[in-house]
Design a protein around this ligand. Sequence first.
Ligand code: G3P
Ligand code: CA
Length: 295
Amino acid sequence: MPMRSAVAAATGLLLGMSALALTAAPAHAASQQGLTRSTPITIAHRGASGYAPENTLAAVNTADKLGFEWVENDVQRTKDGELVVIHDTTLTRTTDVEQVFPDRSPWNVRDFTAKEIARLDAGGWFSDAYAGEKVPTLDRYMKNLDRTGQRLLLELKSPELYPGIEAQTLKELGAQGWTDRKHLQSRLIIQAFNADTIKTTHTLNPTVKTGFLGNPKVSDLKSYAQFTDQINPSYRAVTKDYVDAVHALKGPQGKQMEVFTWTVNDGSTARTVDAAGVDGIITNFPDVVREATRN
Ligand code: G3P
Ligand code: CA
C-alpha cells in the first residue's frame, strides 16, 4: 500500500493504540508493522553535518545522539583500492591535506593511499572541538553503524572516477553482513547521480533498494522504474504533481516508488516538501526538520 495514502486505511487500527506509543514509535517501526507514517523520514545528510564535520564518525554519532536512525554518506575509493567515506573528490576542503602533503596538488582522493588519508585531520576545519577526526574507511564506518543501529542511505559519489565501485561496495557491504534480508528490507539504500551506476547496482543485486539522484522528466519516470526504487531530487524540483507522478509507479521490487529530497535545512522548506508528499527529507539539521514536520 502506498506509504502516505495508507494513513487513512491505518487510522482505525491506530485508534486502538495509545497516543504515547504512537508518538514514541519511530517511523520505520510503523512502516514495518504495515501501518505507515504520516511524516517523512528525516535523513541526516553526511551525518548531522550541520553540527559535526561531514562524513565523519562524529557526524553520524551526533545524528544518533539526536535520535536519528537514517544517515546519508558518500563513498569513494583510494589509490590502493580502499573505500572511504568522503564527499568531495579532492581532500582539500574537509582535511588538512595541503599542510600534510604540500606537494601533492590537486589532492584528489583517488591519488592518495588509505594509509596517507588516515594521517589527515578531517575535523579541525569544522571546529577545534573536532580536531583529530578521521576520514573513515567504509569498513570502520559500517562497524560504527552496527554499533549505533543506524540505517544507511549510501551515495556512490562520482562513480565514473572509480570503475567497478558498484561491485566493490556491494561486496564490502556483504562482507559486513549488510546484504542479508533484514538489512536489505529496512537498513540500506544505495543512491547515485549516475543512472548507469544505479542500473549496474540493481543488476548486480536486484534485492538492494536503490535511489536515483535527480529529477528525470515525468515522461521518463517509467523507464527509471525498471531499475530504481527512489527518485531523489533537489527540493527545488519538488512539486506535488512530481511526487504524485513518482508515487504512481512501482519500482523494480514491485513497491510504490519513493521520493527522498535534499538538502532541506530550514523548517519552512521542510514543511513545503512534506506538503508535496515526499517520503524522506535529507538535511544537515535533522532536528530542525523533525520539529517542522512533527504532526
Ligand atoms: O543525498 C543527497 C545529496 O547528498 C546529494 O548531494 O552533493 O550532498 O552529495 P551531495
Ligand atoms: Ca551525498
